[in-house]
Write a protein that binds this ligand. Structure first.
Ligand code: PHE
Length: 346
């Protein structure tokens, strides 16, 4: 066989093999193509190799070199096709292990923080009694936190060590600002803007430099209530707080007033709620929830109300305390630890 003829034959073989390997769709088809072209006994490579024997002697080295080149090209085309087919098979396997009929993995849903839940529920309860929600700033001036509430400069509650004063802001200008230490500030802010009657609650954060323990934290929440109208008496205060307690904590909860003193109420009381302690052989304990009283006439005067015309009551309770009481939480620091094992229980 002449050299030219052999090379043409080699060319045809190489092209056909490359096409067959490239077209093989799966392992089975590729194996069939392998046997056809590279099969050891009767493959077409083998046939071409035999023809190499009939090329004239002087052309043999050139023909042999071209034969080896073609063989390398065809073998690497086979290897590439093998990789392609294997990758396709792996993907196919994945497709068959994904079962779209299996139930999915549900992401765990979060929920409101227990204190937020409490705040929302208290708004709801008080809303049914006709109290609307008012808000005030957490950074306050001394008029709203103290003066208009009849707390004189000499009062211990105004001690800088009992409050978070914002040092740089205002002091130089003679108008010190502080983080409010009580939501009673909102009483003043509302009455300054609205003529009587008023019937509001306000819920929010207050700040005091207390050392954190099971019942104290430097930041906590209060719910403030204020009702000013004609003929408001202490009996109204008591019935509202009793409804508040039984709606939020249960109808078996009692409230108790203890005489106390606040500069902005007269008379003033501490408000306790009963705690039927099943762990301690069913004894009843009293837990202090906050303070209350009849709005002091001087406060009404400070906002331009006529104390001969209207009277009012006010109360301020700790949201953490009522929430803890409701859920049997014994350490209010738990509310701020952000430990989901605690928070998921509510
Ligand atoms: N502001 C008082 C406190 O934080 C509570 C209070 C509010 C007392 C309203 C009487 C009336 O301790």
């Amino acid at each position: 066989m002449a050299l030219a003829e052999f090379l043409a034959e080699l060319e045809r073989f190489q092209a056909a093999a490359a096409e067959a390997f490239g077209a093989a769709a799966d392992a089975l088809a590729l194996e069939a193509a392998r046997i056809e072209f590279l099969g050891a006994k009767s493959g077409r490579l083998r046939a071409v190799q035999k023809q190499l024997g009939s090329v004239p002697g002087s052309d043999k080295p050139a023909a042999g070199k071209r034969f080896n080149d073609a063989k390398t090209v065809v073998e690497s085309a086979f290897a590439a096709a093998g990789q392609r087919v294997a990758a396709g098979a792996a993907q196919g396997a994945l497709a068959t292990t994904f079962d779209p009929t299996l139930p999915g993995v549900r992401p765990r849903l979060g929920h409101l923080h227990p204190l937020t839940q409490t705040i929302e529920e208290l708004k709801d309860i008080m809303g049914r009694l006709g109290f609307t929600v008012a808000a005030g700033p957490e950074i306050e001036d001394e008029r709203h936190n103290f003066e208009a509430l009849n707390i004189p400069p000499s009062h211990p509650a105004r001690d800088p060590l009992e409050n978070f004063y914002l040092a740089a802001a205002g002091v130089a200008a003679g108008a010190p600002l502080l983080l409010r230490s009580q939501t009673s500030t909102v009483q003043i802010r509302v009455m300054e803007k609205t003529p009587p009657p008023v019937r509001i609650i306000s819920l929010g954060r207050v700040y005091r430099p207390d050392t954190a323990d099971a019942t104290h934290y430097p930041m906590f929440h209060q719910i403030e209530g204020l009702l000013v109208d004609r003929h408001v008496t202490m009996a109204d205060l008591k019935s509202v707080l009793r409804l508040f307690a039984s709606s939020f904590l249960g109808s078996d909860v009692h409230i108790r007033f203890r005489p106390s003193f606040f500069p902005f109420t007269e008379p003033s009381v501490e408000v306790d709620m009963s705690w039927h302690d099943t762990k301690q052989s069913g004894t009843t304990r009293w837990i202090e929830m906050g303070g209350a009283g009849m709005v002091d006439p001087r406060v009404l005067e400070a906002v331009g109300y006529d104390p001969e015309e209207v009277t009012g009551f006010a109360f301020g309770l700790g949201v953490e305390r009522v929430c803890a009481r409701r859920h049997g939480v014994t350490d209010i620091r738990e509310f701020y630890r952000n430990d989901v094992r605690f928070l998921h229980q509510f």
